[in-house]
Design a protein around this ligand. Structure first.
Ligand code: DGP
Length: 117
């Protein structure tokens, strides 16, 4: 998609700190890291949300799983643990409308979500 920032990164039009890729997925460091390791696992195809996978795209999900493991290992957080988050839609806090999975690690990530006041 021409106006999608992640599509531009995938196309190489915007630079990124890429750690891993295969034919389905690219992994690069988040521009505004919230943990010592904070990377984004991004399908190369422009899929908007996690709800938008279609029949026949199971290989992309498998690549996302492989990417998470490979990058966690390379970053030294495979055994210490890490958190995977997919923000989906407005209430989910999704800012970039191209599916991506955050991987956070390198410190205890804390409680899953803050309880509403
Ligand atoms: P989300 O709120 O789940 O849509 O997170 C989007 C993330 O994308 C956010 O943590 C910042 C990151 N991000 C936005 N623009 C860029 C960019 O141009 N390069 C990189 N590396 N990360 C970006």
């Amino acid at each position: 998609m021409s106006d999608c920032i992640f599509c531009k990164i995938i196309a190489g039009d915007i630079p990124s700190d890429t750690l891993w890729e295969d034919e389905n997925v690219i992994v690069f460091r988040d521009i505004d890291p919230k943990a010592p390791t904070h990377v984004l696992i991004v399908p190369k195809e422009h899929i908007v949300t996690f709800a938008d996978f279609k029949e026949g795209q199971g290989d992309i999900l498998l690549s996302m799983s492989k990417a998470a493991r490979a990058v966690a290992e390379a970053e030294g957080v495979l055994d210490s643990g890490y958190r995977l988050i997919v923000n989906n839609g407005p209430d989910g806090g999704q800012e970039v409308l191209h599916l991506h999975m955050h991987l956070f690690g390198g410190r205890p990530i804390g409680p899953m979500i803050k309880r509403a006041e």
